[in-house]
Design a protein around this ligand. Structure first.
Ligand code: GLU
Length: 304
């Protein structure tokens, strides 16, 4: 059965931007009579906390979003991730990378580098050199061996988007499956037909599409939601003030008002109109890209 999803990382409470994206993901799935699942992307052992998962699920429910079936945690799927990594390694589609984050960052500020893309430092290391580094105790991440080709994906609202692919990390140097690998494998295994998520991930989507093609798994439909920005134009974050349901509640703004403001930012309600998710479902047009939410239009950012 076609399925939509919301896949938060439990590294902190959800903020208004995450909640708005979750709302759109739910509306897209439910307007299509799809299943809707929540997957907890808890692969990072350092930043993932069970208490954040609990709060995130409670906040989604408080907003009026429901989901089908049990919540799956990515950390329960290490075996599946490992099997896919081994398959790619056997086909020589991966290579070890010994670069530190800092080295990657510094190399990509080189004049012709695409910001954030991997400059290919370790792509052509010989097997001997790689073995020598492993022996010397340098931990290796594993990257996808791409050709840097341009790959076109289809976004529900933006249509065809073509981007150069990158040698994305598939396994981190602490041995944990990396986000890009886990997300495509889990979405496919969970029969996710449409991936609705923040548009900060649009840049990585061509690389994820290439990975799916190499794995002979179907590409989902993608739909990237404009991120909420703070009054300074930057993507919303804690420093913008009261941005979580708990913060807002402490300021006397209940979840019903937050739902109204989020719905208003999507053009689905008047600013203070009290609405239910069922009402919003009747008003939502999945063919129309959600409007930009910049700067924060909720009137909740210190300018009530
Ligand atoms: N877990 C990611 C995040 O919270 C989202 C991944 C995705 O939707 O593909 O940013």
């Amino acid at each position: 059965m076609p399925t939509g999803r919301f896949a938060p990382s439990p590294s902190g409470p959800l903020h208004l931007g995450n909640l708005r994206t979750a709302m759109v993901a739910w509306l897209c799935a439910r307007s299509d009579h799809s299943r809707f699942i929540v997957r907890i992307e808890d692969l990072d052992p350092i930043t993932s906390r069970r208490e954040h998962e609990v709060t995130q699920l409670a906040d989604l429910a408080a907003l009026g979003l429901d989901w089908d079936g049990p919540v799956v945690r990515q950390s329960q799927r290490a075996g599946e991730h490992q099997a896919v990594l081994q398959d790619l390694a056997r086909r020589d589609l991966t290579y070890p990378c010994f670069c530190s984050r800092r080295e990657v960052r510094e190399a990509t500020v080189a004049p012709h580098g695409i910001p954030g893309s991997y400059p290919g430092t370790c792509r052509s290391l010989s097997a001997d050199e790689a073995a020598h580094r492993v022996h010397a105790g340098t931990p290796a991440a594993w990257r996808l061996r791409s050709e840097g080709e341009a790959v076109t994906i289809i976004d529900r609202w933006r249509g065809a988007v073509t981007q150069r692919v990158d040698d994305i990390v598939l396994r981190r140097n602490d041995g944990v499956a990396a986000y890009h690998l886990a997300v495509v494998v889990d979405d496919d295994d969970q029969q996710v037909a449409e991936v609705v998520r923040g548009d900060d991930l649009l840049a990585a989507t061509s690389s994820q599409a290439l990975l799916l093609d190499l794995l002979a798994r179907p590409r989902p439909q993608w739909a990237h939601v404009p991120l909420v920005r703070g009054s300074d134009g930057e993507r919303l974050a804690k420093r913008h003030g009261a941005v979580t349901l708990a913060d807002l509640d402490a300021e006397g703004i209940g979840v019903g008002r937050v739902r109204s403001r989020l719905a208003a930012s999507l053009g689905l309600a008047g600013p203070d109109e009290i609405v239910t998710m069922a009402q919003l479902l009747g008003r939502f047009d999945p063919g129309q890209m959600p409007p930009d939410a910049a700067p924060l239009p909720f009137g909740l950012n210190g300018h009530r």
